[in-house]
Design a protein around this ligand. Structure first.
Ligand SMILES: NC(=O)c1ccc[n+]([C@@H]2O[C@H](COP(=O)([O-])OP(=O)(O)OC[C@H]3O[C@@H](n4cnc5c(N)ncnc54)[C@H](OP(=O)(O)O)[C@@H]3O)[C@@H](O)[C@H]2O)c1
Length: 267
């Protein structure tokens, strides 16, 4: 972390994911003076943080965090090419794009780490999968892991191929959960609750159940059984949700398959 504070961190693209991570790091004590952000339209929040914005780059930053959309990579990355082939670690959160593609754009000797975080990083509750190329030293991987741990959990992947299913589960996953909240609130409203109360109930239920699933010694299956009184109310809802042909499991499998297909296209 000292190396990071001294040499600096460059953030390329500060939209939803970049700002979620930057928020977590600044809240965790990373000095704004160590951060340089390149983004064509900095948000008001970003301008208020005190980081260097769209200025000259540090000569040899410890990390460049690449957080532009995959579709923008060809335009955005060449501005940082001069930092390639050195000991600056490129940590990229972009979906789809392979390490080999970065090596072609930045130089084959560039240390490159692919990471797939998720937006709960903004409140220190993210989870990120990481995998590096052969140029990434153990110390560099530790530094990246340390940085990412400031915004949540980190898992190290054995192969680059694993980042694709991980993206479809934890990278995209918050969106699935937010949609579950929307769906529960809408159903509550249709069943006669006010919109505000239905939303409050849905948010608190998903938040509380998620926390319980993380904290409990019991697994999710047992926690589900604990809610399901025999012959009671939940069992009837689960009969619908756990249907083998059109319940949650086949629906989630289709959703994850669609995400994986798109990730392949973006590559
Ligand atoms: N959102 C997520 O939950 C999530 C999770 C994991 C990984 N990711 C990855 O994170 C990356 C960013 O996604 P996002 O959802 O944060 O998208 P986003 O909100 O559109 O953020 C991208 C940012 O990059 C800026 N940008 C565009 N061209 C640039 C350039 N040439 N130089 C510097 N900055 C430039 C954009 O500015 P303008 O908007 O003004 O064009 C925007 O602020 C993607 O590669 C995605 O795969 C996202």
């Amino acid at each position: 972390m000292d190396d990071l504070k001294t040499r600096g961190l460059v953030l390329l693209g500060c939209g939803k994911m970049g700002s979620a991570m930057l928020k977590g790091w600044l809240a965790g004590g990373l000095p704004p003076s160590s951060v340089t952000v390149l983004d064509p339209h900095p948000s008001e929040w970003l301008q208020s943080t005190g980081v260097a914005l769209n200025t000259d780059l540090p000569a040899n930053p410890a990390i460049v965090l690449v957080a532009v959309k995959p579709q923008m990579m060809g335009d955005a990355l060449p501005t940082l090419q001069k930092l390639g082939n050195g000991d600056t670690v490129f940590l990229t959160v972009a979906a789809g794009i392979s390490i080999a593609t970065y090596e072609t754009m930045l130089g084959a000797d560039t240390p490159i780490i692919r990471a797939m975080p998720n937006t709960p990083a903004a409140i220190g509750r993210g989870i990120t999968g990481i995998v590096g190329n052969v140029k990434v030293s153990g110390a560099a991987l530790d530094m990246a892991e340390g940085l990412l741990k400031a915004v949540g959990q980190v898992v190290r992947l054995d192969t680059e191929a694993q980042i694709r299913p991980l993206t479809a589960i934890s990278g995209c996953g918050p969106a699935y959960v937010f949609h579950l909240i929307e769906a529960m609130a809408l159903a509550g409203e249709k069943a006669g609750l006010s919109a505000d109360m239905a939303m409050q109930l849905a948010k608190a239920t998903v938040g509380g159940a998620g926390q319980l699933a993380e904290d409990s010694d019991e697994g999710p299956a047992q926690l589900r059984i604990n809610v399901t009184s025999p012959g009671g109310v939940t069992a009837e809802a689960l009969r619908v949700l756990m249907d083998e042909t059109d319940g949650f499991v086949p629906l989630m499998e289709r959703a994850v398959a669609a995400a994986i297909t798109r990730d392949e296209e973006l590559a």
